[in-house]
Design a protein around this ligand. Sequence first.
Ligand SMILES: Nc1ncnc2c1ncn2[C@@H]1O[C@H](COP(=O)(O)OP(=O)(O)OP(=O)(O)O)[C@@H](O)[C@H]1O
Ligand SMILES: [Mg+2]
Length: 383
Amino acid sequence: MQNKSTIFVLDDNEQAGAIIKSYTEGLEFIDEVKIYQDYQKGFADIKQCSNPIVIMDISENFSDKGEIAENLKLCTSKIIITSLDYSTNTIIQALRAGAKEFLPKPVLKDDLIRVLTMLASISPEDENSQSKIITVYSNKGGIGKTTIAINLAAELAKVTKDKVALVDLNLQLGDISTFLNLNPPFDVNYVIQRLIDKEEQIFIKGFEKYKDTSLYILSDPSYIEQSGSITAQQISALFAMLKKVFSYIIIDMSSAIDPISLKILDDSDWILFTTIVNIPAIRNAQRCLNLFRSRKYPPQKIKIIVNRYMENDEIKIEDIENTLGENVYWKIPNNYFTIMEAINKGAAIAEINPDSNICNNFREFASKVSDDIIEQAVIKYRV
Ligand SMILES: Nc1ncnc2c1ncn2[C@@H]1O[C@H](COP(=O)(O)OP(=O)(O)OP(=O)(O)O)[C@@H](O)[C@H]1O
Ligand SMILES: [Mg+2]
């Protein structure tokens, strides 16, 4: 158990705050319970506290409170949201705003104690326990992995405002720094060799913060001779550290199927397995899916992405689904000129052509990814 926590109750209803306070009496891991009806004042005090747990009610005026919750999640992940309305929509809204737990009102004493005990026992290292490693992969080169990784990561940062990492694990032929015209002071090899045992603040310095966003990029080495060799153990250590710091981690990698690639794929939470609509690509995808099945990856880990999709393609999405025996998770339209313009100008598509069909597609894709991750977390409230 950590140092004692201070509980901050933000609730329009004074009595509800007092009830919560009475429920927490005698809990040895709680230092103090502070009750606020003025949410802004509560937020100002939470920022000053080293180990807060926040219980925030959103029964009324969610639009103002949602914004406070979004700022709160930059101070702590230990946020419980309560509401008189416990429809699925409200729970999703709460989790999206940053709640780690949702409790319907009136709050029951046993539920409150269970949730508080769980949150108090989370060490700062494990605060990002919902964090997901999402790897964009194809066993065929040139299929659009880097394009997808970059633009999905950029949109995820915008849509969620959470910390998102984009990591180039294509150590010898990485393209992220070129596609985004970056000249990073550190690269992934440097970080792996020197920084992963260090504390979070030092680790994060190895990343380049992308413009004014919550996207952090770890690029490939500038020279092939710097790429070094990484071990499976180093991949595990890197992933563990990434999960401590970031909510979403997007990995770009090579098409190889070698022991290190397999380690990356094994340790990913999701694989965005990408193909395009042509027979050789689909046949290759089929082989790779068999490999995934033989490695006993759970079906929900693999999400099939069809890139460069065109409505009038002779091969239809149903044909791909029938051949692969899996549903297609997302399709991305073919738009060569917009993508090439973004690459040539060294920026994400949203900076070059935010109204293009492909930019809208990436925005919706990012929303779906974050919604689906949140929905996985909501399931526990519905059983
Ligand atoms: N949706 C799309 N529409 C049109 N062109 C695309 C699309 N996605 C990717 N491309 C183009 O395909 C080419 C390859 O893309 P990208 O470099 O992202 O693929 P990759 O899978 O990362 O390749 P590699 O295996 O070399 O790492 C690029 O020229 C890119 O502009
Ligand atoms: Mg690439």
